[in-house]
Structures are given as structure tokens and as C-alpha cells.
Design a protein around this ligand. Structure first.
Ligand SMILES: [Zn+2]
Length: 274
């Protein structure tokens, strides 16, 4: 309600009305730009995401950097990812909801990972993907930086198929970036390199793994790192004999039904630590 005591109620009233209208329009614009929440996620999914964060740290895939996300169980156009913090310290209260443009729905002043666009852009183009890990694990870097293809050394890493593609950020953004996927355009370029693969390496940076669940993507992130170390050792001895594509496909089918076994082991160990 507008009050005026200056003797010129109409003039001031019009100014106040205008100010009020401008404020209302700004509020409406903010409300329009803030993505709507899909509602509370399944607490079991949140618990898995927290465990995934802890496991990836315990298994030396992430350190102070790196992240894991999951698609929201109520809306495929939303995903869940921790606020910007070290994965080993993540709790359920740190999990934020994002739309696929990687705008936070419920940040409430909490900061987001700079590279969250990796997640949003992959979820946009890969409906089969329900969970994603981005890491800088050291074992894969020789393969990200040398042109030697990362290929499956045994049945456990069979998901690597005919080898992991390598993302070259210079091809999209030129030679002067800070190497980070800090916007949607770079995230989209990364999805092109990833294609339908489960894993892509990122030259001068790290890797990304994608899968149908948190348990599957944690499995893949861990064994990508393990495979890289084994392959580097094998290359010192000679020319490795990798799984062929048919062996890789058959072994992946078998492994996809077995991810619960290592998950329970990794989880018990990681969650027992303070
Ligand atoms: Zn990164």
C-alpha cells in the first residue's frame, strides 16, 4: 500500500508505484531465472552419492579435487552434486541440485564446482548416463598427455573397449586456457570426444567416467586408474596384448552384474574413516 503525506499524493504515488513495479518485475525475473527444484531426492541416492565421494578419495581417484554426480531420481533434467569442497569431507547436507545448464537450484550462498558443466552437458546428450566422475588421478595422465591409448589390460577394465578417447581443449578454446571446463561450451565439446564411450581422458588435466549408476561409475573410475598403472608397467616390458573388442564387450556384460561386491568392500573401508 502506498502512503503520501506531501500534499501531492498523486505525483509521489506514481513514483512509488513505478518503483514498486520495477521491484516486482525484478523479483519475478529472479524467480523465473531460478530453476525449479524436482523436490527432495531419494535419501538412499544421497547416501550412495556421499559414499561415492568417500570411496573415490579412499581409492586414490580424487584428492582435494574431483567430483561425482548422479542424475536426480525424480527428474532426468536435474542432477545432484556436492558444493565445492574436498570429496572426502562431503556429507548429505552438502549435496546441491542443478539443472542441466548447471545452474544450482538450492545453493543458498554455497559455492559450486567450477567444472560442474562436465556433468550437466553429459547428462544432456547421454540419457543412458545416470552418474559421472571427474578426476585428476595421476596414473591416467601419461596416457592423456602422450598419445599412447589407454586400453583394457584385463577383464575388469574391459569397459575401456577399444581405448579411451582424449579430449584436446585447444581444439575448442585455443592455446591459452587454464585447462578447466569452466563453461557449457567446453562441456559440450568434451561430450563430443566422449561420444558413447564410458571414459574419456583430458589432455593436461584428467579424465571423466560415465555410467548407469553411482556404483558402476565408481567401479569404472577406480579401474581406469588401476588399468593405467598396469598398462604403464606392461609397456616397459614390451608390447601388451589387449582385450579385443569382442572380449571387452563380453567381459563388460559380466562385470556390470558384479559391481555390488567391490562396492560393499570399498564402502565399509571408506566410511569407517573419520
Ligand atoms: Zn578438473
Amino acid at each position: 500500500m502506498i502512503a503520501c503525506f506531501c500534499g501531492q499524493p498523486h505525483a509521489l504515488g506514481r513514483r512509488a508505484l513505478l518503483a514498486s513495479a520495477v521491484a516486482a518485475a525484478a523479483t519475478a525475473a529472479r524467480a523465473q531465472s531460478a530453476p525449479a527444484s524436482a523436490g527432495p531426492a531419494d535419501p538412499v541416492l544421497i547416501e550412495e552419492l556421499v559414499a561415492g565421494n568417500r570411496i573415490l578419495y579412499d581409492q586414490n581417484v580424487v584428492d582435494g579435487f574431483g567430483h561425482i554426480s548422479v542424475r536426480h531420481n525424480k527428474d532426468p533434467n536435474r542432477y545432484l552434486l556436492s558444493r565445492s569442497m574436498a570429496p572426502a569431507l562431503v556429507t548429505a547436507d552438502d549435496i546441491l541440485e542443478y539443472d542441466l545448464d548447471s545452474n544450482p537450484v538450492n545453493a543458498n550462498g554455497r559455492t559450486s564446482y567450477l567444472e560442474r558443466f562436465i556433468h550437466g552437458e553429459i547428462y544432456k546428450v547421454r540419457p543412458d548416463v545416470k552418474a559421472i566422475v571427474h578426476s585428476h588421478s595421476p596414473g591416467i595422465l601419461p596416457f592423456a598427455d602422450t598419445g599412447v591409448k589407454l586400453r583394457p589390460m584385463n577383464h575388469i577394465a574391459s569397459f575401456l573397449g577399444d581405448g579411451a578417447p582424449v579430449f584436446e581443449i585447444r581444439a575448442t578454446a585455443g592455446p591459452e586456457t587454464d585447462m578447466l571446463i569452466r563453461n557449457a561450451a567446453l562441456g559440450k565439446a568434451l561430450t563430443v570426444t566422449l561420444g558413447n564411450h564410458p571414459v574419456a581422458l583430458m589432455r593436461g588435466h584428467g579424465s571423466v567416467a560415465a555410467a548407469q549408476s553411482i556404483r558402476h561409475v565408481v567401479f569404472r573410475a577406480i579401474y581406469t586408474e588401476v588399468n593405467a598403472k598396469v598398462q604403464a608397467e606392461a609397456l616397459k616390458l614390451g608390447k601388451p596384448e589387449y582385450l579385443n573388442p569382442k572380449e571387452a564387450a563380453a567381459a563388460t556384460k559380466a562385470n556390470d552384474g558384479l559391481v555390488d561386491r567391490p562396492w560393499e568392500l570399498w564402502k565399509r573401508r571408506a566410511m569407517a574413516k573419520p
